[in-house]
Design a protein around this ligand. Sequence first.
Ligand SMILES: Cc1cc2nc3c(=O)[nH]c(=O)nc-3n(C[C@H](O)[C@H](O)[C@H](O)COP(=O)(O)O)c2cc1C
Length: 57
Amino acid sequence: MSKVLIVYYSRKGENYVNGSIQDLPKGNTEVVAEKIAGLTGGDLFQVETVQPYPADY
Ligand SMILES: Cc1cc2nc3c(=O)[nH]c(=O)nc-3n(C[C@H](O)[C@H](O)[C@H](O)COP(=O)(O)O)c2cc1C
């Protein structure tokens, strides 16, 4: 088991990308968290909300 734990919250769905709204399958923080996990071999833990945020912008 790794000693590195990456805890993150990230919201997928509509977001601005280069000036237009797109439907993202992953939030920006999740993408970065996965890169950090790849570099460190750490474990990922995604924080979830009790009530989901709306997917629309
Ligand atoms: C409704 C909404 C409003 C946002 N407003 C801002 C803002 O005012 N300033 C900013 O820098 N980013 C803004 N963002 C972009 C988020 O800060 C950006 O997506 C950030 O990476 C959040 O992490 P996530 O994508 O992992 O959820 C907004 C995103 C959404 C969905």
